[in-house]
Design a protein around this ligand. Structure first.
Ligand SMILES: [Zn+2]
Length: 126
């Protein structure tokens, strides 16, 4: 019980110190979709990965459906969808690394990591 309260207190302290705005450009609108797609470094990552970049604003789950629609029917759809899923995860990790540890990864690094993870995943899932 005591430990539970202590953890809650730490979480509250932590939540108060986490800036709800984007740490990269200080935009505060629709933070999740902003971090994943519209922040400058995220846009660069999607472009480098040669994946469709949504320029209008949708809720995250609608965006994912939109993305699947764009990739549906392309020759390498499975590869591209896998890369998109991993890239989304890695962009979020890149954001968290900056928020919680003050470390920065470049979009090139994020795409490179995502590409090797996608290749590894696809070669192990046959
Ligand atoms: Zn931003």
């Amino acid at each position: 019980m005591h430990e539970g309260l202590a953890v809650k207190g730490k979480l509250q302290i932590r939540m108060h110190t986490v800036n709800p705005m984007c740490v990269r450009c200080e935009s505060a609108t629709k933070i999740t979709i902003h971090c994943l797609l519209h922040c400058h470094e995220s846009k660069t990552a999607w472009t480098l990965a040669d994946l469709p970049l949504m320029t209008h604003h949708l809720e995250p789950w609608r965006w994912w459906l939109w993305l699947l629609e764009q990739l549906n029917g392309v020759g390498n759809a499975k590869t591209q969808i896998t890369l998109a899923a991993i890239l989304t995860w890695q962009i979020w990790k890149m954001r968290n690394l900056k928020v919680f540890e003050g470390k920065a990864l470049s979009p090139h690094e994020v795409v490179s990591i995502s590409r090797s993870m996608a290749t590894e995943f696809l070669s192990s899932s046959h």
